[in-house]
Design a protein around this ligand. Sequence first.
Ligand code: 475
Length: 817
Amino acid sequence: METMDKETLKEEIKKQIKYRFRKNIEDASKQEVYQGICYALKEMIIDEWIDTHKKYETLDSKMVYYLSMEFLMGRALGNNLINFGAYKEVAEVIEELDAGDLYHIEEEEPDAALGNGGLGRLAACFMDSLATLGYPAYGCGIRYRYGMFRQEIENGYQKEMPDEWLKNGNPFEIERPEYAVEIKFGGHVDAEYNENGKMYFVHRDYESIQAVPFDMPIVGYQNGVVNTLRVWDARPMHSFDLDSFDRGNYAKARENKNNARSIVEVLYPNDNHETGKQLRLKQQYFFVSASLQTAVKKYMQRHDNICGLADKVCFQLNDTHPTVAVAELMRILMDEYGVEWEQAWKITTKCCAYTNHTIMAEALEKWPIALFSSLLPRVYQIVEEIHRRFTEEIKAFFGDDQDILSRMSILYDGQVHMARLAIAGSFSVNGVARLHTEILKNQELSDFYKLTPEKFNNKTNGITQRRFLVHGNPELSDWITKQIGAGFITNLPELEKLTALADDKKKMKEFAEIKANNKKRLAAYIQEHNGIEINVNSMIDCQVKRLHEYKRQMLNILYVITLYQEMKENPGKKYCPRTVLFGAKSAPGYERAKLIIKLINNVADTVNNDKSIKNQLKVVFIEDYKVSNAELIFAAADLSEQISTASKEASGTGNMKFMLNGAITIGTMDGANVEIVEEVGRENAFVFGLSSDQVIEYEHNGQYKAIEIYNENPKLKKALDSLVDGTFIKEGEDKNLFQGLHQALLYGQHSNIADRYFVLADYDSYMDAQKQAEELYMNPEEWNRKAFLNVCHAGKFSSDRTIEEYASEIWRLKSII
Ligand code: 475
């Protein structure tokens, strides 16, 4: 927080630009100014970064290592400036230097999109809260050369483009070649005996890859703490194989190099879905082994007995993706430190904790044994032994029951079941919202819950208000500060104090004006990126999240179609003006999701160009939805669409970001929506749809008949049939383009059951909820009041609260502040 005075700051920025680009600031491009500011800020941060780690060492602090394949950080500059306490000064300095304005300079920074969606963004929010609360923590991940693909919409279809986020360098990171470690793949394991006749294992003929860490600072909110996100890059151990080089085979000599780098080449773009590709397992082991080796070595530098590891170290597994950590830690303890199995297992199961983020069957990670054992022969041996012992434990508890074994065995059906390994190897298993955790305990993982109930706990997700309110919605943040002080920035429940203003007409008018201004800001973005002019007085209705059938963008677009059809049938009638925004990336191989994107875009085209509805309805697809444009959307939203099939969305976190920015939720009783509605009151949300119990009951009894609902509901029938009657087909397109979507909902497709996600079952109650929303919107004062109450009651959903719970109930960490 040692900020410089403004004159020094100016000199520093000018100096950075001069030395880096051989330019004076007046000749520098916006990108160069952006980098100049970053490097100047890095200079200010660096001492606190060093001091924080010194302090951890001096205090010999217990440390959490948050192991995650994904960190969806977004842009760093604005956030770092805010947390460092230098945002306003730097903004002024830039203006005084006549070097543009900070808001536009921030746009020069590419998003660090090292994640898919909720799970990755949660990790990023957690990093912010850990630093802000002064907890000793490392984020450990992969420095992907290409992050989440950039989405372009071409003729209504999603096109994936490479995300070259490192093109202009990454100013805040520091490469640490001195901490490189070796990672071994393949080869075989031989048992040998030492002079005392004791057996040990030697790994031979493996391929080595070098893991090189890059550190990024995580600045706590104005508290002098700077933590580290450590992401690993892969390099060949030796850049050329000289043997092949001597023989003149240059291409072969290079192969090794490419092999190594391919590990970190790209983030797998699947959300809530695992494909079982060998390279993915390689990525997992690569960053887990590098992180664990480093953590254990660091511990051993200050302690002489490895047996105390769990007093100083905790590994939090962000879903099953880093679960190989359980076996890798066993390997390190036994093979490198000579610890016996029983003791090693005790240590491991005191160090590892596992978070589950989804119950979607297709996301459950399983690896063919053949693949796993050939890539990681020694680790696989250890998995086999863990499996053998765990099987004994299961049998001792449940008896020899094949059904139970089929649901609990780590090795089963020729596969390694990672969630089962994670549970066996962890002392804590947590879900991410109350309902989700209950479903884990009583349904998905009920056998494990019976065996070890003490492991199970809930940690309802949260979001960081520093990014999603202070940075993303500065007007609202400043206004709140004027009303109740700035305490909410580190203590979100203080928002409760605002409640008293709900009856103050003048204040409520100010609150409404802020929303109106944010809508104008978003409208400018949409004008620039989509070339569509939106009505800033219309209800801004948003569904932004990954595209997945369970999230039911389909239900939303069916309502849009119904509304459009009603407007056409009643040309004289006045409707509540609405702008429906969609933002969603689809996994590149998820054909049905891609077709839904196409449908949304075709409906948008038809609706937006139909003069007869007099601009009362607009549909906008936001291209390339990502953290940076999400911030604009949350700030501007009126209605937050959280409409997943109950029981399927583990928590959701976008729902919390909308609430915090004063949008009203229309949602099912799923994930954290349940807790949102509990906090704000049912009367301040639009709740609809089947309950999770009803959904689960249908799934068990197979009684659900989508076709009957269709036949009995003329409105629904009309909306659905418009998918196959050409209404949304453009010239030159196949008239059967959307047939598959129609088919999937009514009859099932590709051997799937009809309407797996109960779109038709919830259609009617969703219609009702939408009508209530429209009615309320036509009464601006009442709408505004409810939107405001959402802000007041958002306090629970700070990731600060979540992290306090992890720190005290799972990690047992001590804050250094
Ligand atoms: C849930 N991602 C949200 C969020 O807890 C929840 C990534 C790679 C491979 C497979 N899956 C993933 C997820 O599973 C994921 O993002 N899950 C999400 O985690 C944070 O709020 O409900 O869907």
